[in-house]
Ligand binder design. Structure first.
Ligand SMILES: [Zn+2]
Length: 336
């Protein structure tokens, strides 16, 4: 019979991104022992994957451990992906098509390996170790270049019939809205995703080098992003103030809808909300009551990510711990 694990159980996590894969070694109680970054930008999987396993092995060796000491491995990776098959075909990594990363890593270490998408991995990281601790119903949203979500309901991650639950960025919030990179029109992400907002600003500010937003992007319109927009809005630039306000309102519209659908006791917002703080949260929270019931809103605490930039270090580890938790082999930190 399997026993509940002791605190010093070692977990190896892998945070897969568009420019790097970061192996991270930690313990089941959330202590991070070390991490490395393997560059994967414009590189083929056959070159990168051996280095990824080597990086994980180096972390173990530096901690005086070997693969035999590991309880589990977890991987958080960007879509599109096939969760049951353990393969990834990330949109921005052209030579990575149906790459069997889960099997490759499991074979490399001979350890039970769990696999999920990066938004779910982020949700699990915040649930176990960040702003989601202690609750049974939580929604996590990355407000990044894209908008991803992870849903915890009744104490479990919601996967859905084909592992697509939590694709919160692609709910249509305006019939006449802009085209989304997913092919639909008027998605939440098409209004509020960093990539979509940047594309919109490039279109609207073309030929305006004197624009405050462009100046905050170092004078190059191709570099305008949410950060440049935020800085210009803080400066009081009219265009930026209006667009920022629209983004805060559109976020409230979408998130208010999720609050009524899921009735979470906590919503955890990453990236933009974490980076901009009150400058985003204050107007966002002012708009929110127009988009959900007072009852659902009263039950819900809206928090900013506690893990911030470090979330990647926890995400792969959290995927492994969630696998163990579902098997009854690990207890969440607040249950100890
Ligand atoms: Zn979409």
């Amino acid at each position: 019979m399997r026993g509940v694990m002791y605190k010093k159980s070692y977990i190896l996590g892998f945070d897969v991104g568009g420019t790097k894969i970061a192996p991270c070694l930690g313990t089941a109680d959330g202590e991070i022992l070390g991490s490395v970054r393997i560059d994967n930008k414009h590189r083929d999987p056959d070159d990168v994957l051996p280095e990824v396993v080597e990086g994980g092995m180096d972390l173990l060796e530096n901690a005086g451990l070997s693969a035999l000491d590991l309880t589990a491995i977890g991987i958080g990776a960007p879509g599109p992906m096939d969760i049951p098959a353990g393969t990834i075909s990330p949109a921005n990594m052209k030579t990575w098509v149906d790459v069997p990363i889960k099997q490759y890593i499991a074979d490399g270490f001979q350890v039970e390996t769990f696999f999920d998408n990066d938004a779910n991995a982020g949700a699990l990281a915040e649930w176990f170790f960040g702003s989601g601790q202690g609750v049974e119903d939580m929604l996590y949203l990355t407000l990044s270049t894209g908008i991803g979500g992870g849903i915890i309901s009744n104490g479990h991650l919601v996967q859905g019939a084909t592992f697509l639950a939590g694709e919160c960025g692609h709910v249509v919030i305006d019939l006449e809205g802009p085209e989304c990179n997913c092919g639909m029109r008027g998605c939440y992400e098409a209004f509020c995703g960093g990539r979509a907002v940047a594309q919109r600003m490039q279109r609207e500010l073309a030929g305006q080098p004197e624009s405050c937003v462009v100046k905050h992007a170092g004078g190059n319109i191709r570099d305008v992003d949410l950060l440049a927009l935020e800085k210009a809005a803080r400066d009081g630039d009219g265009y930026a103030v209006n667009l920022w306000s629209e983004i805060c309102e559109r976020n409230a519209q979408a998130i208010g809808m999720f609050i009524n659908i899921l009735n979470p006791s906590r919503v955890v917002l990453g990236t933009l909300a974490w980076a901009a703080g009150d400058f985003f949260m204050k107007p966002f929270l002012e708009h929110l009551p127009r988009f959900c019931w007072g009852e659902t809103l009263a039950a819900c605490e809206v928090s900013v990510s506690a893990l911030g930039r470090e979330i990647g270090e926890y995400s792969g580890i959290a995927v492994a711990l969630n696998g163990l938790y579902d098997q009854g082999r690990w207890r969440r930190p607040w249950e100890k």
